[in-house]
Design a protein around this ligand. Structure first.
Ligand code: ADP
Length: 266
């Protein structure tokens, strides 16, 4: 017989009683499974034709078709964007079906250096960027996935902060673990949007987001990656002043950095 999914909730019911609610959600989880497979299949099927289109567009030389140069530029930009959406959707599908991550050492010092380079490349000198490694600990988890999550927060900070703003990336110890945070002095987010930010394709301002080149999937990816690391996303924001996105990791996820004593005297 097919397995059934029962959702059980225990509710307080009077001073000494509890109400046990059991709901059969087999139907819902089956639909959810169909939805996931569908999104994964569509994304996968779009990948090949997109790669071909993108490849040919790169081959075309704007100098051969000077009157079409602006059109060609726009087509390249849009095909790249579509490719990014497909890659993000594939990543989300993978994250959704995964129930744990391989536990590898994620070296934070080099990762922070890479994130700084990414921020500088995106900002192109338009912001002042600070990266602080105050924690001096490494993480236990998936290096690739954590890189994507951290990098999404950095690129959002750059994209939603006008020229002249400040962006601070910080890795610091807390009472019960360590926090990775990205603070910007950008547009900020009105309070009534905060709870929905991690939904797929949710945008506070769709025109600003599209112009800035986002896929609308970044924070959804962040949420899933953090979930797989038993970490939590905290968002604080003041419209017109800026935002701080914080990833809170438990102590169990931290590792003392590797010492290079063995190399001393080589
Ligand atoms: P997008 O690709 O549209 O940036 P995300 O999932 O990364 O998608 O973010 C969802 C929405 O949250 C964005 O469209 C934007 O409106 C808002 N947002 C995310 N990061 C910031 C930030 N640092 N400052 C202001 N708004 C932000």
């Amino acid at each position: 017989a097919p397995s059934r999914h029962i959702n059980v909730t225990l509710l307080p019911f009077g001073p000494r009683q509890r109400l046990l609610l059991a709901r059969d959600i087999s139907h819902m989880s089956r639909l959810e499974q169909i939805r996931r497979d569908f999104v994964a299949n569509v994304s996968h099927e779009l990948r090949t034709p997109l790669t071909v289109i993108h490849g040919y567009l790169e081959l075309l030389d704007p100098e051969d078709v000077p009157h079409l140069a602006p059109v060609l530029g726009e087509m390249r930009a849009q095909s790249k964007r579509m490719g990014q959406i497909v890659e993000d959707l594939l990543m989300l599908s993978r994250l959704e079906t995964q129930d744990h991550v391989n536990e590898e050492r994620v070296q934070m010092a080099p990762l922070l250096a890479t994130l700084r380079k990414e921020a500088e490349a995106l900002s192109q000198g338009r912001h002042s960027i600070t990266v602080e490694n105050e924690a001096n600990v490494d993480l236990l988890g998936s290096p690739k996935d954590l890189h994507s999550a951290f990098s999404n927060l950095v690129s959002n900070a750059v994209r939603y902060t006008p020229t002249g703003g400040r962006i601070t990336v910080r890795w610091e110890r807390t009472a019960d673990g360590a926090n990775y945070s990205v603070t910007d002095t950008g547009y900020g987010i009105p309070a009534d949007h905060l709870s929905r930010l991690t939904e797929r394709f949710y945008r506070v301002s769709s025109s600003r987001s599209r112009d800035s080149g986002g896929t609308g999937l970044g924070l959804s990816i962040v949420k899933h990656v953090l979930g797989l690391h038993q970490a939590r996303l905290d968002v604080r924001s003041t419209p017109g002043r800026g935002s701080t996105f914080t990833c809170c990791f438990d102590r169990e996820r931290l590792m003392a950095p590797e010492t290079h004593d063995s190399k001393i005297g080589e």
